[in-house]
Design a protein around this ligand. Structure first.
Ligand code: SAM
Length: 331
């Protein structure tokens, strides 16, 4: 079990099965994985029905705390909230919780704590590992998100609860090759809780001073040579089309290296349709080849590049302009 940076104080909220026997096994597994006694890295709160007392019996002598669930009509969001409130009573200055559906044991809390250490996720931000394009677990949720959790409908299933909250939680966005920061400035205006990093070549950063603010940081560097800042979201607008497939692969690999699993990648580009016939994108394709050695690409070509570099394509959205948004998740 790795130790946690002192700026984090976490509790693990485990949701285990509905039946006594399953809950017992699930509770034991979670408590065992999270560690107990002096070496315990995480206080554990187990939230599950316990009609025959089997769960509470199974955690006697451990550091875990039993929490009786909220009424069924509170739904999954209500159970998560109940766990967070119990955790806060147990550990008063807690800053984040790990939500762990007890039977999903494919990633241990040590994986998450080492992710936090490696990527330096900012306190107050959310970490949700991706797994085959779906929300993975455990999810790191800042306590500051509890008000949003309260507002989630009881009908929503756990992955949807996380999606809903993610829309509100502060996110760090890096605009890679973002020019003088016009797009990133507009994005941060729409996401007042978020912060941004403009990553650009030094001579462009020298001209981007007007964009800098307490929420928008300028970082000079070369995405083919320098490490990119860690973040929960990355933008690449009209960057990949400047480059050959080999170089586009290098850029995407650099983003993937910096991105936490589950981080979003937003590519904004013109897409070449699969169908034959004239299209504006095909003119641009020839221009890119002639001017930069790059190319415009089809959806399928982006998907191949993304898959080969550790991303999963989530969706492709048209916009009111000729650009498309290609959204992917780091896996
Ligand atoms: C076509 S512009 C797109 C600018 C911006 N994303 C936009 O859509 O307005 C490509 C940008 O990539 C930046 N760029 C090119 N090579 C780079 C490198 N090696 N590292 C970082 N940025 C680079 C350029 O400075 C330029 O601003």
């Amino acid at each position: 079990m790795s130790t946690i940076d002192t700026c984090w104080l976490l509790a693990l909220i485990a949701f285990v099965g509905r039946g006594g026997a399953t809950a017992d096994a699930g509770a034991r597994a979670v408590v065992a994985e999270a560690g107990t006694g002096e070496d315990a890295a995480l206080p554990v709160v187990v939230v599950t029905p316990d009609p025959d007392g089997a769960v509470q019996a199974s955690i006697v002598g451990t550091e875990a705390t039993y929490g009786s669930p909220a009424p069924p009509e509170a739904g999954p969001a209500g159970q998560m909230l109940r766990g967070a409130e119990i955790a806060r009573d147990e550990v008063s200055d807690i800053t984040a919780i790990l939500l762990w559906p007890g039977r999903m044991t494919w990633v241990g809390p040590e994986t998450v704590t080492s992710l936090i250490e490696t990527h330096g996720v900012e306190p107050g931000s959310m970490l949700r590992p991706g797994w085959r394009g779906e929300t993975g677990w455990p999810v790191l949720l800042p306590m500051s998100a509890l008000d949003h959790l309260r507002a989630v409908s009881p009908e929503r299933m756990p992955p949807d609860v996380i999606e809903d909250i993610a829309g509100y939680v502060p996110t760090r966005v890096v605009d890679v090759g973002g020019g003088t920061g016009r797009l990133l400035t507009a994005v941060l205006e729409q996401a007042p809780a978020s912060t941004g990093v403009l990553f650009e070549l030094p001579h462009v950063i020298a001209d981007a001073g007007d964009a800098a603010s307490d929420r928008l940081r300028l970082v000079a560097g070369d995405f083919l040579a320098d490490p990119l800042p860690a973040a929960e979201a990355y933008i690449l607008m009209e960057v990949l089309h400047d480059w050959s497939d080999d170089d586009a692969t290098r850029i995407l690999t650099a983003v993937r290296r910096a991105a936490a699993p589950g981080a979003r990648l937003i590519i904004v580009e013109v897409l070449v349709p699969d169908s034959p016939g004239p299209d504006h994108s095909k003119v641009l394709d020839i221009m890119m080849l002639a001017v930069t050695g790059g190319r415009e690409r089809t959806r399928g070509q982006y998907e191949t590049l993304l898959t080969e570099t550790g991303f999963e394509l989530r969706r492709v959205m048209p916009t009111h302009s000729s650009y498309f948004i290609v959204e992917a998740t780091a896996v």
